[in-house]
Write a protein of this length. Structure first.
Length: 381
C-alpha cells in the first residue's frame, strides 16, 4: 500500500519548508503536529533543492514550484487525488492550490478544504475573470479556515460567506522559547554595543511594514531627549524594495539614528535579538491589495518576553491583545510617546514583556490542529 493510499490528510501547497514564509510555516507545523498524533499526512509541495529531515507520519512529495503549479504536474496531481481513501481530507493551503484543485474537480471528483491567509485574501477583490473563478473556488470548498478574525471579515466582504467558515489562529513552535545563545552568529549584530537600547523589527523591508515610520518615531524621541544617543534600531529581513532600503538608511542618517540592516538572520540570532530588545516594532500600514492577516513574528518576539508596539491593522490586535501596545491613531508622535514610556519605565516594560510571554502560550499548533481537524482527535484528549 502506498503512502498516498493510507493518507488521512493531504495538504497541497505552493509554499513549504525550508522556505521561511508564513504559509510554509503553517503547512509544516500543522503536518508535524498531526503526524505526532498518528495521523498519516501527505504533502504535495514545491521542490527547493534542499534536503529536509523526515517527520514521523508525514510524507512529502515535491513536484511543484515555489508559488506555481506547472501544467505538466496536473496529471500526477489528479492521479494522487483519485488514489486517496474516500474519507481522506484534502487541504488546499494557499490560493494557487485552491484554484488548481477546484479547476481539476471534474477529473478527480474530490471535495476539499481551504486555508485563507491575510496575504492572499486582499488579492481577491480584483474583478478579473481569473479572480472570479478563484472566489467561486473558495465558496465551493466544504470548509474554509481563516488565520484571524480580520482575515475572515475581509473574506466575507470581498468573496462572500463560505459554506462553513472557521478562524484557526496560528501557533508557535516550542523552539522559540529556548534560552538565547550568549553571542550572535551575524557579524553585524555582534557589533551592537552592550549599553545599546535596542528596538527591532523583523520582516521584509517593505513600506507596508512601517519601518520608515519607526525611524521617524525614534527620531522624535531623540529630538525630545538629546541623551538618547544609545538607541539602536535593528531591522531584520529580506530587501524587497531597494529604493525603500535606501530611504531607511538616508532618513536614519539624517536623524542620527543608529540603524542596522543585517538582512535575514538565523533563528538563534533572532532569539538573542528579541531577548536584548526593549520592544519589537510593527507599525504596519493599510496598503491596497495587502494586509497583515496575523503577525506570527509578534509571538516569536513574545516568546522571549519582548513586548511589541504595533499599529491597529489587520489581525495584529488579535495577536497582542492586552499584552502589547496598540496605537490606534497610527500617528508618529503617539508611537514616539509609547517608545519613550518603555525607555523611561523599565519595570513596566519588563512586565509587559512577561504578559506577552504568557499570552504566546495560548497560540499553539496543537490548538490550531484541534480546531481545524477535530475528527483526528476523537478519543485523544
Amino acid at each position: 500500500m502506498t503512502a498516498m493510499q493510507k493518507t488521512d490528510l493531504l495538504i497541497v501547497t505552493c509554499e513549504y519548508s525550508p522556505f521561511p514564509g508564513g504559509i510554509a510555516t503553517y503547512c509544516k507545523s500543522l503536518a508535524a503536529t498531526l503526524g505526532a498524533t498518528g495521523c498519516q499526512v501527505a504533502v504535495i509541495a514545491p521542490d527547493y533543492d534542499e534536503a529536509e529531515p523526515d517527520v514521523p507520519n508525514v510524507s512529502v512529495t515535491r513536484p511543484l514550484k515555489h508559488h506555481s503549479i506547472p501544467p505538466k504536474t496536473f496529471p500526477g496531481l489528479v492521479k494522487q487525488l483519485r488514489a486517496l481513501p474516500k474519507d481522506a481530507i484534502i487541504l488546499c493551503a494557499d490560493i494557487r492550490s485552491v484554484a488548481i484543485v477546484y479547476a481539476l474537480r471534474f477529473l478527480h471528483g474530490r471535495s476539499f478544504r481551504a486555508m485563507v491567509h491575510g496575504s492572499e485574501v486582499s488579492k481577491l477583490s480584483s474583478k478579473s475573470i481569473v479572480n472570479r473563478q478563484i472566489r467561486q473556488a473558495y465558496l465551493q470548498a466544504e470548509k474554509v479556515y481563516f488565520n484571524s478574525d480580520a482575515t475572515a471579515r475581509i473574506f466575507r466582504t470581498t468573496v462572500g460567506d463560505p459554506k462553513d467558515g472557521l478562524v484557526t489562529h496560528l501557533g508557535l513552535s516550542p523552539d522559540w522559547y529556548v534560552d538565547p545563545p550568549p553571542e550572535f552568529e551575524d557579524q553585524a549584530l555582534s557589533a551592537l554595543p552592550e549599553c545599546a537600547k535596542v528596538f527591532c523589527s523583523v520582516g521584509r523591508l517593505d513600506s507596508r511594514k512601517g519601518q520608515l515610520q519607526a525611524i521617524e518615531a525614534l527620531a522624535a524621541c531623540k529630538t525630545a531627549d538629546k541623551t538618547m544617543d544609545n538607541i539602536h534600531y535593528v531591522v531584520v529581513g529580506k530587501t524587497v524594495d531597494v529604493e525603500y532600503r535606501y530611504a531607511l538608511i538616508d532618513r536614519a542618517h539624517e536623524a542620527g539614528i543608529n540603524l542596522l540592516l543585517p538582512g535575514p538572520v538565523s533563528q538563534s540570532d533572532l532569539l538573542r535579538l528579541f531577548s536584548l530588545s526593549v520592544a519589537h516594532l510593527l507599525f504596519a500600514q493599510n496598503v491596497p491589495g495587502k494586509i497583515e492577516g496575523f503577525g506570527l513574528v509578534l509571538l516569536e518576539a513574545g516568546a522571549q518576553a519582548c513586548p511589541s508596539i504595533v499599529s491597529d491593522v489587520g489581525g495584529i490586535p488579535e495577536v497582542v491583545g492586552d499584552a502589547g501596545i496598540i496605537v490606534s491613531d497610527g500617528k508618529t508622535e503617539t508611537y514616539a510617546k509609547e517608545i519613550t514610556r518603555l525607555l523611561e519605565d523599565e519595570v513596566s516594560a519588563r512586565a509587559l514583556g512577561e504578559r506577552m510571554l504568557a499570552r504566546t502560550r495560548e497560540f499553539t499548533w496543537e490548538n490550531c490542529a484541534r480546531a481545524s481537524f477535530p475528527e483526528f482527535f476523537v478519543g485523544n484528549i
